[in-house]
Ligand binder design. Structure first.
Ligand code: IPD
Ligand code: CA
Ligand code: CA
Length: 252
């Protein structure tokens, strides 16, 4: 199952790498800072088509289009390009995120950064890998670690709260980072390069694959209230190694 998804996602990565003049391919714009390029649409169409052939019983949820979250059974939750602003400016840090779910349970997840050729993957109960090698979260406490955060410019209502929390995290930790791709941030914690990632209002397609990868790597993935993450609605989320999680929640 994972091999087939991986093969298709890697193929889709070639569409991202072949892109040129991305900023001039913006096809839709919601508000001041939420963009869609023709490549977001092309990658999603490719994934729906190829995954649909390989998994004919599965339903599809993808960022680019109308979605029905009420469906049961097998479904893919897909972000064709996580990090569209990075992509538009050729910042070269964007990922494809594909999760296969059974109801609200993610059973397989793949996050692929085509620029670095890093492919993070996990199957429920079978551990997490980076390019086929087992990964696990770090044992560093947040006080000696790196914290990642996100806050979307198209949700200005979250800015003040996030930056107030970030200030506390900055003082407490070794340093902070912001990549511009939530899926990549979660995987960066999963492979032990960083200790915590937090962001308000993330959508199921940003986090579904990463949540499984992080948990299979021994990490904690919960919402700000300490409850399980929903894959049918936006979430305020924390992804961390267990030690860093305990420190982080004292700052919330
Ligand atoms: C965005 C990225 C970003 C995060 C935003 C997301 P998109 O996804 O993951 O890091 O801060 O909240 O919306 O729009 O590039 O797919
Ligand atoms: Ca996204
Ligand atoms: Ca996207």
């Amino acid at each position: 199952m994972l091999n087939k998804i991986t093969e298709i996602v890697k193929e889709a990565g070639k569409i991202i790498l072949s892109a040129h003049n991305q900023e001039n391919t913006v096809t839709a714009k919601e508000g001041k800072k939420n963009f869609v390029t023709k490549y977001d649409v092309a990658v999603q169409e490719f994934l729906f088509k190829e995954l649909g052939k390989a998994f004919p019983d599965a339903q599809f949820i993808g960022e680019e289009g109308e979605n029905d979250f009420s469906t049961d059974g097998l479904r893919f939750i897909i972000d064709p390009i996580d990090g569209t602003t990075n992509f538009m400016q050729d910042y070269r840090c964007s990922c494809i995120s594909v999760a296969l779910c059974n109801n609200n349970d993610v059973i397989a997840g793949v996050v692929y950064n085509p620029y670095t050729d890093e492919l993070f993957s996990a199957e429920k109960g079978k551990g997490a890998n980076l390019n086929g090698n087992r990964i696990k979260v770090s044992e560093r406490p947040l006080s000696d670690g790196l914290a990642l955060f996100g806050t979307s410019p198209y949700h200005p209502e979250n800015t003040d709260e996030t930056f107030a929390l970030l200030r506390k995290v900055f003082d407490f930790s070794r340093d902070i980072r912001r990549s511009g791709s939530a899926a990549y941030d979660i995987c960066t914690v999963a492979c032990g390069r960083c200790e915590v990632f937090f962001e308000k209002g993330l959508q199921p397609w940003d986090i579904a694959a990463g949540t499984l990868i992080l948990k299979e790597a021994g990490g904690v993935a919960l919402n700000y209230q300490g409850r399980e993450i929903s894959f049918s609605a936006p979430n305020d989320v924390v992804f961390a190694n267990p030690k860093a999680y305990k420190e982080f929640i004292t700052l919330l």
